[in-house]
Design a protein around this ligand. Structure first.
Ligand SMILES: Cc1cc2nc3c(=O)[nH]c(=O)nc-3n(C[C@H](O)[C@H](O)[C@H](O)COP(=O)(O)OP(=O)(O)OC[C@H]3O[C@@H](n4cnc5c(N)ncnc54)[C@H](O)[C@@H]3O)c2cc1C
Length: 272
């Protein structure tokens, strides 16, 4: 049944400080950014939360730039912002490739990178990119700032280390050396949720991350080590197949996901 917005409250902070104070003093509150995930839950009647904090007007969370040598992406940066950003195109082309494949133009204009990260779907398209990039999640509360390595942010299926009084304010990414790779495989070329999504950096050592093949986005650490140690492609593919724990669901089968993942590994390794 479609959820109703009657009996739900939306708080409108005027600044980041204001928002953090509201989270501390008037919580629990659910942050709301582009609302593209939250609205789907409302529509499905699964949105239990009743009090929301509207982040959309907090311009401080939108800029993308270089801070102390790191690429710093504001949590409210939309996919369109990422696609258009010269600095993201230069430093992190695999993120631009991912952003181009998210939804359609409307979702790219409204959906944010912070929302994708906190929504914590294992199929989120930016997540393997951020995992392969060794990104850092910047969380802020009224009490201060915490920086969490992206690869320690998720603790289980749709679970993160974010506290309820914190919002994600930015993602930080150190400069990356090596060819970057991104590939999403879905039911069709556009407007599809991924069956398998993979991002990689062909550096020394290589970095490989996958989505939709486990309860959270994963780094394929054993496969990375095998490739760094000079393993053949076939051996690395066998290791990757063992490293994944995909499931059968309405979008695909575990067997198909495993096969696609090892094929993508070949593309990544061979540079195709
Ligand atoms: C038609 C359609 C197609 C889509 N296609 C794709 C796709 O191809 N690939 C893909 O990955 N996703 C897709 N999505 C999902 C969605 O668009 C993305 O996950 C988007 O990035 C969510 O961002 P948002 O700003 O809209 O998040 P919201 O819906 O506003 O929030 C999502 C979650 O994150 C929390 N949150 C948001 N921002 C913050 C913050 N700064 N700090 C703390 N918590 C926060 C919210 O409380 C909520 O739990 C699609 C959705 C739709 C409706």
């Amino acid at each position: 049944m479609i959820g109703s917005i009657a009996n739900r409250t939306l708080l409108q902070p005027k600044s980041l400080a204001d928002a953090l104070k509201m989270l501390r003093d008037e919580g629990p509150l659910t942050p709301l950014a582009g609302c593209t995930d939250l609205y789907v839950a409302l529509n499905f009647g699964t949105l239990k939360d009743v009090r929301f904090l509207n982040l959309w007007g907090l311009e401080r969370l939108r800029p993308i730039g270089i801070r102390a040598g790191m690429l710093a992406i504001g949590a409210l940066a939309t996919y369109t912002d990422l696609i258009r950003s010269p600095v993201v195109r230069k430093r992190l082309p695999m993120l631009v490739a991912a952003a181009r494949e998210v939804g359609g133009v409307q979702i790219q204009n409204r959906g944010t990178i912070g929302g994708n990260v906190v929504n914590a779907s294992p199929a989120g398209d930016t997540l393997p990119v951020l995992a392969a990039a060794d990104a850092v999640v910047v969380l802020q509360s009224a009490g201060g700032v915490r920086r969490i390595p992206f690869n320690a942010f998720y603790t289980g299926y749709r679970q993160t280390v974010r506290r309820s009084d914190e919002i994600v304010v930015a993602l930080e990414i150190a400069p990356i050396r090596g060819r970057q790779y991104f590939r999403k495989v879905g039911t069709r070329a556009a407007q599809a949720i991924s069956k398998v999504v993979m991002a990689g950096v062909a550096g020394t050592p290589p970095r490989i991350a996958l989505g939709s093949v486990a309860p959270t986005v994963i780094r394929a650490a054993q496969t990375e080590a095998a490739i760094a140690g000079g393993a053949s492609l076939e051996a690395a593919q066998r290791i990757l197949a063992d490293e994944l724990s995909p499931i059968d669901d309405m979008r695909s089968t575990a067997e198909y996901r495993r096969r696609v993942a090892v094929n993508l590994l070949a593309q990544f390794v061979l540079g195709r």
